[in-house]
Design a protein. Structure first.
Length: 200
């Protein structure tokens, strides 16, 4: 046990900041290509480049069987009708699963099987856990009015692979319609955008 650097971690329940950890911030500009509506994305970015989410990763050990975890905060907002989201990733070690624990706010996990492209949306809420199986693309989405706070726990050697999602993105989007989250096929949502209708 002595090789583990720290057994106890404290984090701020408001900001998700972890003592002694330099978190990673993703701003809107870092999410180019992630949202389905490119016109709405450029319009939003023209106004402001806010932090969309932060992740503070805790890496107590890198030995065989060790675990890492990250405290994530995803802020509320939309681009077009699409709720703020994380880039999403696969694990470099594809078999690696992950457990998400919801702490605050109202979120969804978008899961997509890499091979079959089958899409599943699971609620990420306080007092709930979501099991992300291996070989599954996963993205977190904030569908509520307050910051979404959660923890993801994964094998130390899982690794993060963003390339596949940067190439093809998820097949499914979650959009706000009359104040409520609605799950839609990405292609269908893109066909419904005003610029697609007017040829803008
Ligand atoms: Fe993950």
């Amino acid at each position: 046990m002595s090789r583990i650097t720290s057994l106890l971690t404290r984090f701020d329940p408001e900001t998700g900041k972890v003592e002694g950890v330099q978190g990673v911030s993703r701003r809107l500009a870092d999410l180019r290509g992630a949202f389905a509506d490119p016109v709405a994305f450029e319009e939003a970015l023209h106004k402001d480049n806010p932090i969309v989410y932060t992740v503070s990763s805790v890496t107590p050990g890198d030995g065989k069987g060790d675990l890492h975890y990250g405290v994530g905060v995803l802020f509320p907002g939309t681009v077009g009708q699409e709720y703020y989201l994380t880039k999403g990733h696969l694990h470099s070690w594809r078999e690696a699963a992950e457990i998400y624990v919801g702490l605050h706010g109202e979120g969804r996990m978008l899961l997509e099987d890499e091979a079959t492209k089958e899409s599943t949306v699971v609620e990420l809420l306080p007092n709930s856990t979501v099991y992300v199986p291996g070989h599954t693309m996963h993205r977190t989405i904030n569908v509520g009015p307050v910051p979404l706070l959660y923890i993801g726990i994964y094998p130390a050697d899982a690794g993060h692979d963003y390339r596949e999602i940067a190439k093809r993105n998820f097949r499914t989007v979650i959009v706000e319609k009359e104040g409520k989250p609605v799950v839609m096929d990405r292609e269908e949502y893109m066909r419904s955008l005003p610029q697609m209708k007017t040829g803008r």
